[in-house]
Design a protein around this ligand. Sequence first.
Ligand SMILES: NC(=O)c1ccc[n+]([C@@H]2O[C@H](COP(=O)([O-])OP(=O)(O)OC[C@H]3O[C@@H](n4cnc5c(N)ncnc54)[C@H](OP(=O)(O)O)[C@@H]3O)[C@@H](O)[C@H]2O)c1
Length: 255
Amino acid sequence: MNVSPESFSLSGKVALVTGGSRGIGKAIAVGLAKFGADVAVTSRKLPDLEEVATEIQRLGRRSIAVAAHVGRMEEINSLVPKVKDELGRIDILVNNAGTNPTMDQAMDIEERAWDSIMNLNLKGLFFLSQAVARLMKEQGGGKIINVASVAGITPDILPVYSISKAGVIMATKVMAQQWAQYNIRVNAIAPGLTKTRFSEALWSNPDVLQVAMERTPLRRVAEPNEMVGAAIFLASDASSYVTGHVLVVDGGSAI
Ligand SMILES: NC(=O)c1ccc[n+]([C@@H]2O[C@H](COP(=O)([O-])OP(=O)(O)OC[C@H]3O[C@@H](n4cnc5c(N)ncnc54)[C@H](OP(=O)(O)O)[C@@H]3O)[C@@H](O)[C@H]2O)c1
């Protein structure tokens, strides 16, 4: 394949982005639309999603907002047919929704927090990928992009979250290996500290921020938009020979 500007085009493709209502997910959803994709956005709260869908429609793309809790199997199972019915297919899945409801350290963490983190970050990600991959297999292929974290590579102050994101990295490799035969490529983006609501307790704490900056050669926190280029690359033909890869976007903090 000759690489050209068109290699990055997502024209005619349909994407589904979880956690698409704000932060990194919203930035990626709008970014995919700017490169030509129609986009379904999902999260738990419909009003926030509808604003994003409207923004995408203003770009001239089709977009739908679907409320779903991605940690619940019944909601995952109804999400995929709904997107297929309304937008016709799914070519790109971005598993971006993630949670960390506790700052407890490993000695104190409770089962409830473990379950909530693992249900969304890992179990939901896996079973939504499975449901979408079955559709992609029928369609002749697709791309799955998992939003992991540098915390899944190096342990940080969120212990169970780190474990879940290490699982996301291995899930990426397993799915890439098993689904390549269906022309499904599976890759991950591992963001460093990014300025969103999710991580506000970290970047708004001067002590935590200082430690993070000392570890980060680029000496700043990322903006959500800085994850978009990686997503476009992995969603497009420009990355046609890339699968099972973790693209670290962290200002150099994991060096
Ligand atoms: N920010 C960082 O520093 C950072 C660094 C590395 C990795 N990440 C990862 O990046 C991803 C996006 O995080 P973010 O920083 O952009 O956070 P954010 O701004 O808080 O956005 C989180 C998104 O996930 C949705 N969500 C939360 N729980 C959900 C559930 N149970 N089911 C479906 N959707 C749910 C939220 O919408 P609703 O509330 O409407 O459900 C929202 O759209 C996460 O996987 C996170 O682990 C973030």
